[in-house]
Design a protein around this ligand. Structure first.
Ligand code: SF4
Length: 291
């Protein structure tokens, strides 16, 4: 079978960087590294990192209190994930008294900066994103109570009327075409709205590469990544929107080989938190498949 792999498949630079921060601190297990929630949304990679004593504490949304009372017989350090955290959470984590390293993706830092600057000026800030996602929870913390999160066009109807300035930003992993629709609709109501397309470059590249797979002849798309990874789920949704059979899998073990072998050419992409070894295994398995 011919396999076309998307160039952007796998770790984005922000995830790569956060993993590197944690690994540098862990020094192969010499120190214990605690991450405030799962460092990346991929169970296989989390399990690989645990062998270097990189441990998830707290919860997915970085909201619960951390129990660090169990004394380790070696040094330990606290690392913040690529999603970032709110200023309040930062204060709490710093107060725990452990050495602190910040793995927040600089692209998320830019969004936080836009939210903060506009909230400081008295703007209402609309965040296009998922209110349950840790990145958005962190961003809301910069808005001084003036943030409003919408997931789609329909939810715009539930926004209160704004009397002063309005700014619009996006969670880094949203669809560009949907952001444009939200921005167009809000601009009709608030012509002076400050619009910031803060969908990151890595996300845009993944989305356009996926469309490129179909243009390159892929008859079906395999999307690799955690079932709970927001950006992988979005890629799977975008793949299905291309009117091609779509298979969202976590590892090669989930491949439906019987169903896939009817295709001559299959496109493969992967979420921003999918490690290279998993992508390689899937591609190798598919390449060996006889149509
Ligand atoms: S998806 Fe984008 S914003 Fe999020 S960690 Fe990766 S590069 Fe950074």
């Amino acid at each position: 079978m011919k396999v076309i792999r998307a160039k952007s498949a796998g770790f984005c630079w922000g995830v790569e960087r956060a993993v590197q921060v944690a690994r540098d601190e862990a020094q192969g297990g010499k120190k214990t590294v605690y991450t405030d929630g799962p460092l990346i949304h991929n169970r296989q990679m989390m399990s690989a990192l645990s062998s270097e004593d990189i441990r998830e504490v707290g919860d997915y949304q970085s909201q619960s209190e951390l129990d660090l009372s169990k004394k380790e017989d070696k040094e330990s350090v606290l690392v913040v994930r690529a999603h970032g955290i709110s200023p309040e959470r930062r204060k709490y984590l710093r107060g725990l008294g452990l050495p602190f390293r910040d793995g927040t993706c600089p692209d998320v830092g830019i969004i936080a900066g836009k939210v903060k600057v506009h909230a400081d000026r008295g703007y209402d800030v609309v965040i296009f994103g998922d209110p349950e996602h840790p990145e958005v929870i962190g961003l809301m913390g910069y808005a001084k109570g003036k943030s409003h999160v919408v997931r789609n066009l329909t939810e715009l109807a539930s926004l209160p009327p704004f009397k002063g300035g309005v700014a619009l930003v996006s969670q880094s992993t949203m669809f560009t075409h949907e952001f444009k629709e939200v921005s167009r609709k809000l601009s009709e109501i608030y012509p002076d709205i400050a619009v910031f397309d803060t969908i990151c470059g890595a996300t845009k590249e993944r989305q356009s590469d996926l469309v490129g797979l179909v243009e390159g002849g892929a008859e079906a798309i395999v999307v690799i990544g955690g079932k709970h990874s927001a950006n992988t789920r979005k890629l799977a949704k975008l793949a299905a929107e291309q009117q091609k059979p779509t298979y969202h899998i976590e590892t090669f073990k989930d491949l439906d080989l019987d169903s896939l072998k009817k295709f001559q050419t299959v496109g493969v992409t992967a979420g921003a938190s999918t490690p290279e070894f998993i992508i390689r295994e899937v591609c190798e398995k598919l390449e060996k498949l006889e149509p």
